[in-house]
Design a protein around this ligand. Sequence first.
Ligand code: F6R
Length: 614
Amino acid sequence: MCGIVGYTGGSQAAPILLEGLEKLEYRGYDSAGIAVFGGKEKKKEPSIEVIKAKGRLKVLFEMTDSGKAVHGTCGIGHTRWATHGEPSVVNSHPQYAKDKRVVVVHNGIIENYQELKERLVRDGCEFVSDTDTEVVAHLLDRYYEKDPVDAISKLMYHVRGSYALGILFGDRPGEIYAVRKDSPLIVGRSAGGNFIASDVPAILRYTRDVCFIENQVIVRLTGKDIQFFDVDKAELKKEFTQIQWDTEAAEKGGFKHFMLKEIYEQPKAIRDTVSPRVKDGKVNLEELHLTQEDLASVRRIQMVACGSAYHVCMTARYMVEGLVRIPVDVDLASEFRYRRPILEENTLVIVISQSGETADSLAALREAKSLGHKVMAIVNVVGSSIAREADSVFYTWAGPEISVATTKAYSTQLAAVYLLAIAMGRARGLVDEQTEADMVAELLRLPEKIERILEEKERIQWFANKFSHSRDIFFIGRGLDYASSLEGSLKLKEISYIHSEAYAAGELKHGTISLIEDGILVIGVATQSSLFEKLISNMVEVKSRGAYVLGVTSYGNYSMEDVANYTIYVPKTMECFAASLVVVPLQLLAYYVALGKGLDVDKPRNLAKSVTVE
Ligand code: F6R
C-alpha cells in the first residue's frame, strides 16, 4: 500500500526522499510524488515545490534529475496505491490546499471523506482530485491558525478511518508534522537530520535509531528536534529502538529478485526463529509469559489471518489438532471480523501476520479482544500495530521481507506454530520428553534439508519453463498437503498470473474434475503416509482424463513415479513438518514460471506487500 517518506535536516531532501521511496516500492504503487520546501530557484520567501508523476518512480527520477534539480532540505514523498480515484497525476500525492498552505501525503482511507467533502464544497472549497486525502488538506487548511499541532488535533476529531499523514505547513519551513491511526508510520533520528517513513528500509541507510509511533500520536520534526503529542496536544515521551538488521538484509545481494533471495534465506530465517526458543533440547517460550497452566488450560484455538498467513493457520489446524488434541478453528480475518464470532471460554486466539499491519487481521484482533479474549500474535515486523495490540507476541525472525509474495516469513510462521504445538502438547501431557526432544531435533534439521532442496533448483526451473504458458494449473492434496497446495497455488497465481486453484483431492469428484482436459497440469502433493494411496488414486483419476501430472513427495515414496509424469522429491522429515519442505519447490516453481514469462516477480500487478486498507 502507499509509502511515505519525510526528511528534514542539513542535506538536500529530494534525493533522500526518492531513494527512500525506491526502498518502499515493494509496498505496491501506481504513482508517486514529492514536496520540498525551497523550490527550484531559491527564492527569498519559502515556497513548497510539488512534483508528481503517474507510473514508476523512474519517471520522477527523470523529471528531477534524481532529485538534484529540486533544492531544499525539508520535504515529504509518497508512492500511491489508488483507492479513491484512478491512478493519475492529479490524484497522486502530495495533495494540497490553496497556495500550498498545507501539503499532505497519506496512507490509509478516510471513511467519512464524502460527507466531509460535501460540507467543504458547500462552504466554497474547490477540489481538484477524487482523493480522500484532499479532504484532509482542506480541513487542515481550515483549522490551521497558528499552531499546526492544534490543527492536526482538530482534524483527528473529525475524520474517521485509517491514516498515516506527513504534513508540511507552508509558513513553517524546515518542519514536518506527522500523525498516525491504524496505518504504519515510524520516526527516525540521526545527527544529519530526522525522518518519517512507512517502513524501516526507507531510512535505514541514514539511521537505525527509530521510534514506532503509536496510534493517535502527533509528531513534530525539525532537523534537530523531534516532539510527540497526544490528541489533546499534551507532550509525550517516546522510546527509540535500535534496528538490528542492516541495509544488506533489505538489498538483493546478487540475486536477480528479492523473492529468490528470500527463498534462499529460509534456512537462516527458520534457524533464527527456532534456535532462541530451544533450551537444552526443549521448547522454551518464556518470552510469551505463558505458564504451563496457561497452556494446559486452553480448550480451543481460534486462528485468524489473511492470504498465505491463513494457509499457515490451515497447516496449524492439521498439525495442532493431531498433536495437541484440541479443536482449532481457522478463519479468514476479513470474514471473522464481520461474522459476530462466538468464542468459548478458554479459547486462545492467535493472529498471524508478517507485516503486523494488515487491516483485516488488526480488526479481527480487536474484535477478539472486545469479546474479552486474550490474543497471541505471530508477527514478523517488530513494533507493528498487531504486535503492539496483542496480549503476547511471538516474533518470527525472518528479517525484512521485501518481495510481495511471502516466502521466508511464511516458513518462519510455520516454525512458530510447530514450537507452540510442541509446548502445548507437553503442557497437556500428550507429548513426552523423548518425543519433544525428537521433534526439536528434527525442527533444527529442517534448515539443512531446505538447503538440499535448493541445490536441486535446476530440475524445477526446467519443469517451470515447460509450463510457463499454461492457462490453468491445479493443485491437489489431502490433510496437511491440502494446506500446502493452497499455498503453492496462491504463490503461482499471484506472481505468474496463471489461473490456479487448489482442491482437497477428495473433493475432485464433486464437480472440479469436469475442468480437467488434455494436457492440463495437475500438481499432486503427497507427504502423509496415511493419505498417500488415496492421493495416488486421485492422480490416476485426473491423468486418465488427460492431465499431465507432477508429483511432489518425500524421498522413499518412489511409487509416485508409477503415476506422475514428473516427480519432485523433498528430504524425509517427520510428517507433521512436511509442509516446511514441500513449500520450497512450490515457491521455486512459481518463481521460475513468472520469470519465464518475463514478469515483475517482486512487484506483481495490483498487489501490495502490506494491505493496510480493508
Ligand atoms: C501472499 C502474501 C499475502 C499475505 C497476506 C497477509 O504471498 O504475501 O497473501 O500473506 O496479505 O499479509 P500479512 O502476513 O502481512 O498479514
